[in-house]
Write a protein that binds this ligand. Structure first.
Ligand SMILES: [Zn+2]
Length: 242
């Protein structure tokens, strides 16, 4: 089938020539898709501003060799409230950036797609602190990609124990016997916070206001952990207010 229909979320977009827009999308069934919407930047275009980052869309595409061609776009959810708030936009941009990194082209990504849509909905709602939603999303994304950090049992020996330090390279918290001495001792609330961010649903994280000390430590660990596994920097992450 050369023509197909998909639900997707618009990741980055950029202009091409006078009137075209190229968009990267995360779709349910085809994974990451690169597509061109021709003539979208003309005032009478049928697509108007529908292919903007964050938009949750229903679209029809023609399969192409390098780029698929968008023939129709309907917006399922524009996430308008998210777009109107700077802190939510930067947190959401960091999410799109991470998804763009992990998604594979032409490989179904239903769980990734659902996780992203849920996280954008949580940001579009009334999150107490968008950075908490971002951090919860990133930990869930790591777990989905096969890098679930050990937070309840020691990443070294597997024992249930008090974990007061975290090793990015070893994949989680470490007990007193397994720590090498290089890891700094964490605030008492940090490991429980990491466990809550990973285990709770995104709406719970959107309503949470964890204490600032644990927030800072957890944020730094999550950023380091994600960048270690993605093998690249998350450019938007430092712009997120905490
Ligand atoms: Zn241990």
């Amino acid at each position: 089938m050369n023509l197909y229909r998909e639900h997707g979320v618009v990741l980055p977009t950029w202009k091409r020539g006078e009137a075209d827009r190229i968009a990267v999308l995360l779709t349910q069934g085809e994974g990451k898709v690169r597509a061109v919407a021709k003539g979208v930047r003309k005032t009478k275009s049928r697509f108007g501003g529908r292919l903007e980052p964050f938009s949750h869309v229903d679209l029809s595409l023609y399969r192409g060799r390098e780029l698929d061609i968008v023939t129709q776009v309907e917006v399922i959810n524009p996430f308008r409230t998210l777009r109107e708030d700077y802190d939510r936009v930067v947190a959401g941009t960091a999410m799109l950036e991470a998804v763009d990194q992990v998604a594979q082209e032409r490989e179904g990504a239903i769980r990734l797609y659902l996780l992203l849509v849920r996280a954008l909905r949580a940001l579009d709602g009334a999150p107490r602190d968008p950075s908490v939603v971002l951090d919860a999303f990133l930990l869930k994304l790591m777990a989905l990609e096969g890098y679930r950090p050990a937070l309840a049992e020691c990443a070294g020996c597997g024992q249930q124990a008090a974990l007061r330090c975290f090793s990015i390279a070893r994949g989680g918290g470490l007990c007193e016997r397994c720590r090498s001495g290089e890891e700094s001792t964490l605030d008492q609330g940090t490991m429980p916070l990491l466990a809550a961010l990973l285990g709770d649903d995104l709406d719970t994280s959107a309503a949470a206001t964890p204490p600032p000390g644990s927030r800072r430590e957890a944020g730094a660990l999550i950023r380091g952990y994600v960048e270690y596994h993605l093998e690249r920097r998350l450019r938007s992450y430092p712009l997120v207010a905490r």
